[in-house]
Design a protein around this ligand. Structure first.
Ligand code: NAD
Length: 464
């Protein structure tokens, strides 16, 4: 008996509202079967020499490059990412995978901490895979956020049940297809297709870990669902990332850079700039230059090479952004542009800038995840710092000033996993990506983001 009423997932193009495809979802029986297959196949995968797993993932990376254009077009069609940005995502994923391929052997090599020949005693740490893990993923950067998990997890010897977002399901299926073509053995990487209900069903099985990327609200549900199995839980969640612009910056370069940080990917980045605080000495100049940049953003058909802002991937988010605008205006904010959906098919929300905002307003407190930003004037660094920290989230925060001492003094006090000096909306494979507070627990990327898919085994070896 299936638990899912609607056995098909309807994939809609958010730029037109047209149905792209109907694809079958996984029911309870299919999910149980995939879990069993993964459990059966995982020990052999883990027992293979690391060099073999590396070679297979290298093949996958090659296939990703071979199919880059069609994958980018598919991503644009199903989630509305402007085509140039879709190509950039697919292209950059290859270099991230390259980082993992270069690092994994050294990071997971057995370490000898003590070798005492007199006592005949050795102490070592080996890194064993967790086993079978669920990777429940978001739609906004499906190649990035997916591969940050499934590539190191596979290299470390785990089997992965990959549940792509229902808003990036075609991409998820294509990734699974390329894994098979690359030689990943049956059962080791399987896409599990469907809505959140399918993700919830997956977590009724006793797995060895769940690695989740998505919202705080769903992250809490994931942690609760995982608790009875005591599986490892890692949550990469949302943010309300602040930027402070001090009075000593070059406004002409900083304002456009911060606007890009707020509006790239139509504002749908976990590390998008979500709040801007500007020193009151340059507030007006900053807002003028910022507005000039925003007015130049081309919005529309995401398949057009010149489009910078596309539709929202989730139609329902349009109403939430509208609510944030109305709430802000009712509490005294001034709307400088946008503020409403575009009267055309698809889920387009006009790039929106609000000034005279404060922390009583949802737009300065709740993750917007769209092309909308509030800019607030502050009198000094202390006020900026206090407002930046007035949030339960802790993903990223940035300070713009030529004065490194001033910036780092502020950034040291901020409780977030990532801090930026004179940059924003940036992720590096070499650095750990982690959130604090409502932005999550655990991390991906860097060498730590390889080890996280393993469990250490302590060896006490005494010669007999
Ligand atoms: P979401 O929480 O709505 O969904 C994420 C995934 O969880 C989807 O695959 C969904 O089907 C699944 N899901 C939903 N309910 C579930 C349940 N009860 N049990 C199991 N799975 C369930 O988030 P979204 O809309 O896909 O993504 C947007 C959010 O993700 C934003 O908050 C964004 O900031 C965050 N995000 C964070 C990072 C990061 O690295 N920190 C990266 C990308 C996105």
């Amino acid at each position: 008996m299936n638990f899912i009423d609607n056995a098909m997932l309807t994939v809609i193009n958010p730029a037109t509202g047209d149905v792209l495809q109907e694809i079958p979802t996984d029911d309870s029986e299919a999910i149980a079967h995939k879990v069993t297959q993964a459990k059966v196949a995982q020990p052999d995968w883990a027992a293979r020499p690391m060099a073999e797993r590396i070679e297979i993932i290298r093949q996958f990376n090659g296939l990703l490059a071979d199919h880059a254009e069609s994958l980018a077009q598919q991503l644009t069609a199903e989630m509305g990412k402007p085509i140039k940005q879709a190509r950039a995502e697919v292209g950059t994923t290859s270099s991230r995978i390259g980082y993992f391929l270069d690092q994994v052997e050294a990071v997971l090599a057995t370490e000898t901490l003590l070798h005492d020949s007199q006592l005949g005693l050795k102490e070592q740490i080996s890194h064993e895979p967790l086993g079978v893990i669920a990777n429940i993923s978001a739609w906004n950067y499906p190649f990035f956020v997916g591969s940050n998990v499934f590539i190191p997890a596979l290299l470390a010897g785990n089997a992965v049940l990959y549940k792509p977002s229902e808003f990036a399901a075609l991409t998820g299926r294509a990734i699974a297809q390329l894994m098979t073509e690359a030689g990943v053995p049956e059962g080791i990487f399987q896409a599990v297709i469907g809505t959140g209900q399918v993700g919830a069903e997956l977590l009724t099985h006793p797995l060895n870990g769940v690695f989740f990327t998505g919202s705080y609200a769903t992250g809490c549900k994931i942690a609760i669902a995982a608790a009875p199995h005591l599986m490892k839980v890692q949550l990469e969640l949302g943010g309300k990332d602040p930027i402070y612009v001090a009075e000593d910056v070059d406004v002409a370069t900083v304002a456009p850079a911060v606007a890009d940080g707020a509006f790239y990917n139509t504002g749908q980045s976990c590390c998008a700039v979500e709040r801007i605080y500007v020193h009151d000495q340059i507030y007006e100049a900053f807002v003028d230059t910022f507005m000039a940049t925003v007015r130049d953003f081309q919005m529309g058909d995401p398949t057009d090479e010149n489009t910078y802002i596309g539709p929202l991937a989730r139609a329902a988010q349009v109403d939430f952004l509208k609510y944030q605008v109305e709430d802000a205006i009712a509490k005294g904010a001034k709307l400088l542009c946008g503020g409403d959906r575009l009267e055309r098919p698809g889920s387009f929300f006009a790039p929106t800038v609000l000034i005279d905002v404060d922390h009583s307003m949802s737009v300065m407190r709740d993750e917007s995840f769209g092309p909308i930003i509030g800019i607030q004037a502050v009198k000094d660094d202390a006020e900026a710092l206090r407002l930046m920290q007035d949030t339960p989230y802790g993903l990223t925060a940035g300070v713009y000033t030529p004065n490194e001492t001033r910036a780092t003094a502020m950034l040291r006090q901020i409780n977030s996993g990532t801090v930026y000096w004179n940059c924003c909306d940036r992720v590096s494979p070499r650095l750990p990506w982690s959130g604090r507070g409502h932005s999550g627990i655990g991390l991906t990327l860097s060498t730590y983001g390889i080890q996280t898919f393993t469990q250490p085994k302590a060896w006490h070896l005494r010669e007999g």
